[in-house]
Design a protein around this ligand. Structure first.
Ligand SMILES: C[S@@+](CC[C@H](N)C(=O)[O-])C[C@H]1O[C@@H](n2cnc3c(N)ncnc32)[C@H](O)[C@@H]1O
Length: 194
């Protein structure tokens, strides 16, 4: 299937079925980062229906991506086949916290449970190549980060507080150089300090 047509269909599916996928501006930034930094191997936490994985996979890149929701994983399997990218994208159906991967990657993209960013870093940083990059999406959480005290819903307030605490933790850690990119829903780039 024509890849541009498939991407459009996936965008419609995501909007219709309320599957969260990465904003175009964030993805364009990441695609440019991949190109400029000659990234070849990517580990993604949070496949959903394979949208970002399909957009990141090309003749120079390999993507391994993890999803714990079966319906979304199966949709991703279908889409990766339609994109003819089975040789470039490895799909894993498992909770990331129960997944042990031996390989090391140039880039780790964290786009899964938004309150668990620190835990994902702690689990997967051993899979980062020396000098590698970690990118985390939705760090602004729809403009709510920094305003948790104004949020009425307890669950939502707790989630936003977790992201705020994660940002505070980033200020104290010494392993990574931290950059905040004000694109889309906010990206954090962690570059290993050598
Ligand atoms: C924002 S969506 C991913 C969107 C995708 N990266 C894209 O842009 O096309 C987040 C996904 O992470 C999955 N997820 C959340 N926590 C997870 C975990 N612990 N292990 C695996 N997948 C997880 C959710 O089921 C959801 O489908």
């Amino acid at each position: 299937m024509n890849i541009n047509k498939l991407i459009k269909e996936m965008e419609s599916f995501a909007s219709r079925e309320k599957v969260p996928i990465m904003q175009d501006s964030s993805l364009l930034f990441i695609l440019n980062y991949i190109k400029e930094n000659k990234i070849e191997t990517i580990l993604e936490i949070g496949t959903a229906i394979g949208y970002s994985a399909i957009r990141m996979a090309n003749e120079n890149t390999y993507v391994t991506t993890i999803e714990r929701d079966e319906a979304r994983y199966l949709e991703a399997v279908k889409n990766v086949k339609l994109a003819d990218l089975e040789h470039r994208i490895k799909l894993i159906f498992k909770d990331a916290f129960d997944t042990n991967i031996k390989d090391k990657f140039d880039l780790i993209l964290i786009d899964a449970a938004k309150g668990k960013n620190r835990e994902f870093i702690e689990k997967f940083q051993r899979n980062l190549k020396l000098g590698g990059t970690i990118i985390i999406d939705n760090i602004d959480f729809h403009g709510m980060v920094g305003k948790s005290s104004e949020i009425k819903s307890r669950n939502l307030r707790s989630l936003v507080r977790k992201i705020e605490n994660f940002l505070k933790y980033l200020e104290t850690q010494k392993e990574y150089k931290v950059e905040k990119i004000n694109i889309g829903d906010g990206l954090i780039i962690l570059k290993e300090e050598l």
